[in-house]
Write a protein that binds this ligand. Structure first.
Ligand code: TTJ
Length: 648
């Protein structure tokens, strides 16, 4: 029953060779992202099989030789002879680029039987790949290899025919491959990246069990992800460190025009919205049509209700969408065909049919939810929160107007503590936000006043997480920062007015310092996000130790450096541990921390909005325990690490 495959070789191999010539076109990069993309292509096939109800468990194994295995317990890739290719279908799956050749890094094989899309790309970019299909009580096996011979590329070539290897009691598909080190910079997959994604997939696909077995290290580590509640569990997880204001996650699902949608919502006492959306299990970080439809429906249905019940009479009509999303944590998951991605990072859903589908699914379900007697208590707290948000928004608008007028009238008094620089070039000027008056004093004396401005911060700044914009604006410390930067804030923020290229936070290397840094970052994150995304915010790194021997003086920024320097100096040295920036005199501060030629500063970036939001919440929120745990973990931190950890 297994026929020859030579007839198809030429055409097939041409296709796969192209993948090796331009891997970027198929998997984006040949760095870590692209490497893991290989795994996701294979895992997706198992997820599809499970989403269609034919498989329940998907296992991923990381082996010592850097090869990876994916196993599902589905129906098994068909092994019958393919009509036109005249070889077993499973061989076609691994050697034939998807028809149309339009395959790219986006997944569009949403559960509809398009199995195997992308599997051939994985094969082409692997040194070798083996597939084992367990079907009808028998086990079938085939191996593929990529090699170069006489200067020619042979990508993903079958080196055996599909072999019958005897009896099996298992049903499913097992694929093992070794990423090709001639293609990828690094072929070692990372457990943390994989478990994060598998966890996400388990949330998005309720009832599917995803297991990661890392056999690559001394100790075998197994993680199992399974959520019977799906999106409900996802929302609960996102709210773990927040304080929900109603007990149950609100959950809707529905299908319209072939678009399947699931929505989970829960409000917390926080003042920000966190909406996470997905299309075919792919995160849509830039949002798009599904989010728009969702937001429109929520605003409209809740506003209608408020109007009919006469619950609030605002000045200009109803509440805004933002009022209804204050404190909202929501996850949307949409499954559909012919997905169009748009936006700067191609993570924005462009299909307009998704907007109308979500709008009608959410409207209908939310309307029914409102009418259900069991939901009245939840409804009450949600509407009260939205109405309060509207009132505060009005108050904040007034407060902002006052601030603006005040600023334009008085201007200078607000920036009284600021020691500005003499140079007037915003492209080279720097603003140091310094913890404490004494360090601030040293910084003022030690700086290069041509381009360095100093703003000392007294005590701990106001914790912005728990405050609204009007309260933030009423705080002198923050008003001073806002006026110094010149950009305005929130909706009024304009990066073109920024007076400094670098805003450098200088705080002590202790818990209070960490707290101050986190508060300042939260403030920028919430109200001046572009300042971070455009790369203007930095963390200054002051040394922890001074090592001297005779007239020779060295500084160490962490314990490892201290060890190394001490060793290098030999006998007769003395070590001083700085307890804070305030212990440094002006020259020392300039030498170690401020002089651009010598200092090391870390740029703050927002890597992953989800994790950043979560960590900011941990650090700032009122769940004291998780915050203490977090800060204690990093009590003796290396600053570089803490901010990478924070995703910032
Ligand atoms: C196709 O239609 C007939 C029944 O089997 C369907 C199928 O392809 N099932 C399938 C494919 N289950 N699992 C896979 C699969 C699993 C892995 C891990 C990797 C790949 C490439 C496919």
């Amino acid at each position: 029953m297994i026929k020859t495959y030579e007839a198809n070789d030429i055409q097939v191999l041409e296709g796969l060779d192209a993948v090796r010539m331009r891997p970027g076109m198929y998997i984006g990069t040949t760095g870590l992202r692209g490497l893991h993309h290989l795994l996701w292509e294979i895992v997706d096939n198992g997820i599809d099989e499970a989403a269609n109800g034919y498989a329940s468990t998907i296992q991923v194994f990381l082996h010592r030789d850097n090869s990876v295995t994916v196993v599902d317990d589905g129906r098994g890739i068909p092994i019958g002879i393919h009509d036109t290719m005249k070889v077993p279908a499973v061989q076609v799956v691994f050697t034939q680029l998807h028809a149309g050749g339009k395959f790219n890094t986006e997944h569009y094989n949403y559960s509809g039987g398009l199995h195997g899309v992308g599997a051939s790309v994985v094969n082409a970019l692997s040194r070798w790949l083996e597939v084992e299909v367990h079907i009808n009580g028998r086990k079938y096996w085939q191996r593929f290899e990529s090699y170069e011979k006489d200067g020619k590329i042979h990508a993903g070539k079958p080196v055996t025919q599909l072999e019958d290897r005897g009896h099996t009691d298992f049903q499913g598909t097992k694929v093992t491959f070794l990423p090709d080190d001639r293609i990828f910079e690094d072929i070692q997959m990372r457990r943390d990246i994989i478990s994060k994604r598998l966890k996400e997939l388990a949330f998005l696909n309720k009832g599917i069990k995803l297991i990661l077995v890392d056999e690559s290290q001394e100790e075998i580590i197994t993680n199992t992800f399974y959520y019977s509640g799906g999106l409900k569990d996802f929302v609960e997880y996102l709210n773990e460190d927040k304080s929900p204001i109603h007990p149950e996650v609100i959950y809707f699902e529905g299908e319209k025009d072939g678009i399947k949608s699931q929505i989970g919502i829960q409000y917390t006492d926080s003042y920000t919205e966190s909406i996470f959306s997905y299309v075919n299990n792919i995160p849509t970080r830039e949002g798009g049509m599904h989010e728009t439809g969702f937001k429109t429906a929520v605003t409209k249905v809740l506003n209608d209700f408020i109007r009919k019940q006469n619950l609030y009479k605002g000045k200009n009509g109803g509440l805004t969408g933002e009022d209804f999303r204050e404190g909202m944590t929501a996850v949307l998951s949409v499954k559909m065909h012919n997905v169009q991605f748009e936006g700067q990072t191609k993570t924005k859903l462009g299909n307009t049919e998704a907007r109308s589908a979500l709008e009608s699914i959410v409207s209908e379900n939310l309307q029914a939810y409102l009418e259900d007697i069991d939901n009245q208590q939840t409804l009450k707290v949600i509407l009260e929160k939205a109405i309060k948000a509207a009132k505060v928004r009005e108050a904040a608008r007034k407060a902002k107007e006052i601030t603006r007028k005040k600023n334009s009238l008085e201007g200078a008094p607000l920036v009284g503590k600021l020691a500005s620089c003499t140079g007037r070039n915003p492209k080279t000027n720097e603003l140091f936000l310094v913890e404490g008056d004494s360090a601030g004093g040293s910084a003022k004396q030690g700086r290069d006043r041509q381009f360095q401005a100093i703003l000392p911060l007294r005590g701990k700044p106001l914790n912005v997480e728990k405050k609204r914009l009007d309260q933030v604006l009423a705080n002198d410390e923050f008003r001073t920062i806002i006026s110094a930067l010149g950009t305005g804030i929130d909706e009024d923020f304009n990066i073109n007015n920024l007076k400094y290229d670098k805003v450098i936070i200088l705080a002590d290397a202790d818990q209070d310092g960490a707290h101050i840094r986190a508060i300042l970052l939260t403030f920028f994150f919430r109200y001046m996000k572009e300042l971070i995304t455009e790369g203007h915010v930095y963390i200054g790194m002051a040394p922890l130790y001074k090592i001297s021997k005779g007239s020779r003086v060295e500084y160490a920024y962490n314990d490892a450096e201290l060890k190394a320097k001490v060793k290098e100096m030999g006998r007769g040295y003395s070590v001083q541990r700085y307890k804070g920036l305030g212990e440094m005199n002006p020259e020392q501060l300039w030498d170690t921390t401020m002089n651009p030629a010598k200092r090391s500063i870390v740029r703050v970036s927002i890597e992953d909005a989800a994790e950043a939001e979560k960590l900011v919440t941990i650090l700032m929120g009122d769940k004291i325990d998780s915050r203490r745990q977090y800060i204690t973990t990093y009590a003796n931190f290396n600053k570089k690490d803490i901010f990478q950890e924070m995703g910032m």
